[in-house]
Design a protein around this ligand. Structure first.
Ligand SMILES: Cc1cc2nc3c(=O)[nH]c(=O)nc-3n(C[C@H](O)[C@H](O)[C@H](O)COP(=O)(O)OP(=O)(O)OC[C@H]3O[C@@H](n4cnc5c(N)ncnc54)[C@H](O)[C@@H]3O)c2cc1C
Length: 369
């Protein structure tokens, strides 16, 4: 069986790795030379967590993802995952807190609820307003995306770099199956999923004092939700000098061709405001920034599905800003769909058909009822 994968970011690299492991003749095409900084999988940190506020149905996939990241570390002899724990912060009725608690309860996860007093006492780098609570997810940490993509691609014998695939049909005539993992370029190849691409900027803020508050052993990665500021996230200091923070969503709609790569005050000022409102000991000085793209579905959940008219075409790359952690398991699911035409994992929530317009009876039909 010959399979083409379009894209060598997190999803395409993972699919290529998992297909190659099954002995499939897989060719991965990328328009650039991955890992590269033009898509969604670059940098040195992505959060992985288990008490998933986005939906408890993700938890079985996350458990598999952890095991596969560890397998990749063993086969590549690279360190990819640092366990730091993660804090979901908000008021007691916020989506992040309620959702994380629901996942933890349903799956018996190693998670702890912290009231305002416990939260304030334990994590001095956070400003804890009255009413702020947190869920500490101990089965969580930080992945290295550049190293992870490189490690997955190293397991794939045929990577064709700097080669843009113009259409799925171009490959479909030469391969038994095609997996589309084109991230923010997916709308150029696939018109049956309503996707929008969102620009995201994050920055590294200098730690002004008490750097030991922010190390990976003391300061969990976090997602914070507030009524005033929406969602923000932070990654513990990996260099002992800076803390990475970003806003989750609220970015401008863009495309990979037109994205504004230059970062200016209109990007940094909102991050500064978050830092000064919610963090203690972090200055407003930004040492570097990164732009990146989310590829969003209307409901924020993934699409992992066959094309409606061709079960030899599989689309996996619409991860709505929270997909990196799942890459190995999504790649393995894609390999299932290619090789077996089905998967034992429950992917019913990730169907593309959920966005299909409902059949509306025409006037003639309704008059006859
Ligand atoms: C700022 C930011 C922070 C994030 N934080 C987290 C986090 O903490 N935790 C988490 O789990 N997730 C996070 N995510 C989301 C996660 O990084 C993405 O879901 C994931 O990296 C998407 O990978 P991808 O392979 O789908 O897309 P990409 O990495 O963009 O890969 C797509 C690839 O396809 C190639 N390509 C496209 N079109 C073609 C073509 N026609 N021919 C050939 N090649 C083509 C591109 O060159 C690219 O390499 C974050 C994303 C961003 C932007």
């Amino acid at each position: 069986m010959r399979v083409a994968v379009i894209g060598g970011g997190a999803m395409g690299a993972a699919t290529s790795w998992r297909l190659a492991k099954r002995g499939v003749d897989v060719v991965c095409y990328d328009r650039y030379s991955p890992p590269h900084a033009f898509g969604s999988s670059h940098g040195e940190s992505r959060i992985i967590r288990t008490a998933y506020f986005e939906g408890d149905w993700y938890v079985p996939l996350l458990r598999e993802a952890f095991a596969l990241w560890r397998e990749l570390e063993a086969t590549s002899a690279r360190s990819l995952l640092t366990m730091t724990g993660a804090l979901m912060i908000g008021d007691a009725s916020s989506d992040v807190v309620m959702g994380a608690q629901a996942s933890a309860r349903k799956h018996g996860l190693d998670a702890e609820f912290l009231d305002s007093t416990q939260f304030r006492r334990r994590y001095r780098g956070h400003v804890v307003h009255d009413g702020d609570v947190a869920v500490l997810d101990r089965e969580a940490g930080v992945l290295n995306p550049d190293a992870g993509v490189a490690a997955m691609l190293a397991q794939a014998p045929q990577v064709v770099r700097d080669t843009e695939v113009k259409s799925i049909a171009e490959l479909r005539s030469r391969f038994d199956a095609v997996v589309v993992a084109a991230g923010p370029w997916t709308p150029q190849l696939v018109e049956w999923i309503p996707l929008s691409v969102e620009r995201q900027v994050h920055g590294w803020f200098s730690i002004a004092r008490d750097a030991d508050w922010f190390g990976p052993d003391r300061f969990p990665a976090f997602v914070r939700q507030s009524q005033d500021s929406g969602f923000m996230y932070g990654i513990p200091s990996l260099d002992g000098k800076t803390l990475k923070i970003g806003r989750h969503h609220d970015g401008e709609t863009t495309t990979p061709q037109t994205i504004r790569r230059r970062v200016d005050d209109s990007d940094i000022d909102p991050l500064r405001l978050l830092a000064s409102t919610y963090l203690r000991g972090v200055s407003g000085h930004v040492t570097r920034t990164l732009t990146c793209m989310y590829t969003n579905t209307p409901d924020g959940h993934f699409v992992i599905d066959f094309a409606p008219d061709d079960r030899r075409v599989i689309v996996i790359s619409a991860c709505s800003g929270h997909g990196f952690k799942f890459a190995p398991v999504i790649g393995d699911i894609a390999a299932d769909l290619v090789v077996d035409g089905e998967t034992r994992r429950d992917i019913s929530r990730f169907s593309g058909a959920r966005f299909a317009a409902p059949d509306v009876p025409d006037d003639h039909d309704s008059q006859n009822k």
